[in-house]
Design a binder for this molecule. Structure first.
Ligand code: ASP
Ligand code: MG
Length: 464
């Protein structure tokens, strides 16, 4: 089971977490828990690292002090005995002092860009804090909780900030560290999001990476199922902050969930579905506030699939326009090979559309490259264009990629027609159908994206 930041944000939600673990541990032979940092903590730690970069000592120390009082307050409010409380306070102080040491180091380096290995070391503190608190809470209630650092389990490459697990090496660690704990009926509470290179430097798996830790561990400990606990009722048909009547999607295939994550649903880490799909492990997404509800189930179990539209997402992206006499030759190679590599991203960029005269090219930048991928790519592109103004006389424009997701859309011409018809008065730059037939993506001007999302969502609601 994985508990996300929103489900471990306060002592009240931690009490719900405790109830859930207590109940489920009596229903299952073995239970593995993976946790995120308390809600908002990762953002604060990232801010601290940025402040350290500009040598703002007061700024990062103030953040450390806020984190200290926030975690102390949680420890104070939870039902813990004095000895556990004392031990936790010492742990919190220790971890935060390591964080400050790292900030001092960053400040001493005074780089223009914050190097991501430093930032990972700072940001990992959030999960280390929460795992210790949750493990202590379990112990206090006769459950054999033990905090485990993901850096001791998940071996990754050195793409700091968005690292990828090395499954072979990680398997060995899981066999050595995690399986014996499970066999002894302990409940390991693993820090999500964090890994380490073979040399031992702390890495992170990209924002929302606790999902990814959980899916990798689910497969490696041979778990029956993976449950993600959050503060909404499941995967939703649209972003509920944007669409008031968005509703829970009860069932999805792996391919649908993967496209949902890839094209912008924030609830799932973009790379987390693949290990589950390859090993056919069902994934449930549930709300800690209403655990009796079934939530969403991701699996390939349902054989009686009929074509249906299920969700709509949108993500920001970039497009390049060439002047009348220029050319866009070389863009694919530049973005795919050079820029992505230099940014430590894998070259997953897709070229969504290109007009016959190749005057306009939309770059689909999937969420898997990390939360600030679009900004970083734009900066890098601008720098390259400034270096070679004659060869690259392009204008960068911002576009949105709106994606409708559903089952076997290629067998549902009427749903496709409805979707496209809904966009008849939009300035559509490009259109693509996903290879797994569960997504149709449309590139359009950013200002038109929320209206397009609303229109497609109306079709979803009506098509039931
Ligand atoms: N705490 C990390 C984040 O905020 C990882 C996670 O929550 O999954 O991105
Ligand atoms: Mg998440």
């Amino acid at each position: 089971m994985k508990f996300g930041g929103a489900s471990v944000g306060s002592s009240r939600s931690l009490a719900q977490v405790l109830d859930i673990i207590a109940r489920e541990s009596s229903r299952w032979d073995q239970l593995l828990v993976v946790v995120s940092a308390l809600d908002g903590v990762t953002d604060m730690l990232l801010d601290a690292a940025q402040l350290a970069r500009i040598d703002n000592q007061r700024g990062y120390r103030r953040i450390a002090a806020n984190l200290r009082s926030r975690h102390f307050a949680v420890v104070e409010e939870l039902p813990l005995d004095q000895a556990e409380r004392r031990a936790l306070r010492a742990d919190i102080d220790q971890l935060l002092s390591e964080m400050i040491d790292r900030c001092v180091l960053i400040a001493a380096n005074l780089n223009i860009e914050l190097s991501p290995d430093h930032s990972d070391a700072v940001v990992a503190v959030g999960e280390r804090l929460s795992a210790r608190i949750i493990a202590a809470l379990l112990r206090q209630h006769d459950l054999r909780g033990a905090a485990v650092d993901g850096a001791d389990l998940i071996v990754t490459d050195d793409v700091f900030g968005n690292a990828n697990p090395d499954l072979e090496r990680t398997t060995l660690r899981v066999e050595r560290v995690l399986k014996p704990m499970l066999q002894r009926d302990m409940i390991p509470v693993v820090t999500g999001f964090i890994g380490a290179t073979v040399q031992g430097a702390t890495t992170t798996l990209g924002r929302g990476g606790t999902d990814y830790t959980a899916s990798v561990l689910c497969v490696l400990v041979d778990a029956d199922e993976l449950w993600l606990w959050t503060d909404v009722d499941g995967l939703m048909s649209a972003d509920p902050r944007e669409i008031g009547d968005a509703r829970v999607i009860p069932e999805l295939s792996y391919a649908e969930a993967a496209d949902l994550a890839y094209f912008g649903a924030r609830l799932l880490h973009a790379r987390m579905i693949a290990p589950l799909a390859q090993n056919e492990r069902p994934l449930r997404i549930k709300n800690i506030a209403s655990p009796e509800q079934t939530g969403s189930l991701v699996s390939d179990a349902s054989r009686k699939r009929k074509p249906a539209l299920k969700a709509v997402t949108s993500v920001q992206s970039l497009a390049l326009r060439r002047p009348a006499s220029g050319s866009l030759a070389g863009v694919t190679r530049l973005v795919g090979n050079t820029l992505f590599k230099s940014l430590g991203m894998r070259s997953e960029v897709l070229i969504a559309s290109q007009s016959a005269s190749s005057s306009f090219l939309c770059l689909v930048i999937p969420t898997s490259i990390g939360i600030d991928g679009v900004d970083r790519l734009e900066r890098a592109l601008k720098a390259k264009m400034a270096q070679y103004p004659e060869k690259m006389p392009w204008a960068i424009e911002s576009v949105a990629l709106v994606t409708a997701i559903g089952t076997d859309l290629h067998r549902a011409p009427q749903l496709m027609a409805l979707t496209l018809d809904a966009l008849a008065d939009f300035e559509v730059y490009g259109l693509a159908m996903g290879a797994s037939h569960c997504s149709i993506s449309v590139a359009l001007p950013t200002e038109q994206s929320s209206k397009a999302v609303r229109r497609i969502h109306e079709i979803i609601l009506r098509s039931d």
